[in-house]
Design a protein around this ligand. Structure first.
Ligand SMILES: *Cc1c(COP(=O)(O)O)cnc(C)c1O
Length: 380
């Protein structure tokens, strides 16, 4: 089955009870037993729920995995991955990282004696010097947030395999429409399904997919034991979102290209970060590992003026000024005052998060309206 069919049919079959084509929302916590232990595969909804099962099979299918897991949020999914580790273990992670992941690693798991190193991975050769006998997990986010750097998953995977270390990839920005980390050698792929998989900015959810049965069993154990699962209603909504993932992504990519090209030519714009531009420093790797380049992009305005940049984002009308990404509607954010405000200026500037950096999640509206909106915001 090809990807554009898997989004709709992957792991799905008509419901056993009445043949309903769409999975029913099994809004139940528990299931009747005929005799103690005599049930139809479902005992309690933290452990299993038929609607969540349908979604988990879909996650596995679109990521070319064998097992999928759904969680109450992206961070709950990451939390489950880190719980595979023991005190004393070490993690090597990408440095230009989703802020919530950084907070979970440093503020929650460091307390339990897990050690994290945050490094630039654009050059995979630099990873090995950070690996010790205690390193048990490499955490990669690509494209990175908000600088849209691209990390070579295959190259990182070779290093992870050589040292017997698990490799997990946060695939939220790319989605399996653009890249399939498990096929590139990752052991675990993770999503904030809140973003493109759900796709309509109406659910918070997380996902994992893996190929290996032993790893899946450990993760299912943690999912049930820690209990950060999602409900049946949200499972239904994300399953519905996944069915249009490929059509939405196609338009996100087309609009991303139009907006990136428009901004690159605009006299008030200094620099555009979009992996599809030949000027992007990791463009070659992006061409190699991605099918297209997505709808996420960042740019800086000339003069690097904090107040002026805030005025630009305030003037936007079609783009909504908001955190998050990946919905059908276009969103704009100002990392320096929003997502990255808590990071000291010297630190954020080092990774490229200047005062004038604006991040766009380009939606699937008419590209002409998006360009016109950016034009009036930049020029008035
Ligand atoms: C949003 C996001 C997360 C966290 O997911 P939640 O669903 O908000 O918990 C993790 N990684 C990336 C790249 C994200 O964009």
């Amino acid at each position: 089955m090809k990807f554009n069919t898997k989004t709709i049919h992957g792991g799905q079959s008509p419901d056993k009870a009445y043949g309903s084509v769409m999975p029913p929302i099994y809004q139940t916590s528990t299931y009747a037993q005929t005799t103690p232990g005599g049930h139809k595969g479902y005992e309690y909804s933290r452990t299993h729920n038929p609607t969540r099962d349908a979604l988990e099979k879909s996650f596995a299918s679109i990521e070319n995995g064998h097992y999928g897991l759904a969680f109450g949020s992206g961070l709950a999914a990451i939390d489950a991955v880190v719980k595979l580790l023991q005190p004393g273990d070490e993690v090597v992670s990408t440095n230009d990282l989703y802020g919530g992941t950084y907070r979970l690693f440093t503020k929650v798991f460091e307390k339990f004696q897990i050690k994290f190193q945050f490094i630039g991975m654009e050059n995979a050769d630099q990873i090995e010097q950070h690996i010790t006998p205690k390193t048990k997990l490499i955490w990669v986010e690509t494209p990175t947030n908000p600088m849209l750097s691209i990390i070579d998953i295959k190259a990182v995977s070779a290093i992870a395999k050589k040292h017997g270390i698990l490799l997990a990839v946060d695939n939220t920005f790319a989605t399996p429409y653009l890249q399939q980390p498990l096929d590139l050698g990752a052991d675990i792929v993770m999503h904030s399904a809140t973003k493109y998989l759900g796709g309509h900015s109406d659910v918070v959810m997380g996902a994992l997919a893996v190929k290996d049965k032993g790893l899946a069993d450990q993760l299912y154990f943690i999912q049930n034991a820690s209990g950060a699962v999602c409900g049946p209603q949200d499972s239904f909504l994300v399953l519905r979102g996944v069915k249009t993932l490929h059509v939405r992504m196609q338009r996100h990519c087309e609009n991303g290209r139009v907006v990136a090209t428009f901004l690159q030519q605009h006299p008030k714009v200094e620099k555009v970060y979009w992996p599809g531009l030949v000027t992007h420093p990791n463009h070659e790797i992006a061409v190699d590992q991605m099918n297209d380049f997505g709808g996420m992009l960042s740019f800086t305005t000339k003069g690097n003026n904090y107040e002026e940049t805030i005025k630009v984002v305030e003037r936007l009308k079609v783009f909504t000024l908001a955190e998050s990404l990946g919905g059908v509607e276009s969103l704009a954010g100002h990392p320096a005052s929003m997502t990255h405000a808590s990071i000291p200026k010297e630190v954020r500037v080092k990774t490229g998060v200047l005062d004038s950096l604006i991040r766009l999640s380009v939606g699937i509206e008419d590209a002409d309206d998006l360009m016109a909106d950016l034009k009036q915001a930049l020029e008035s």
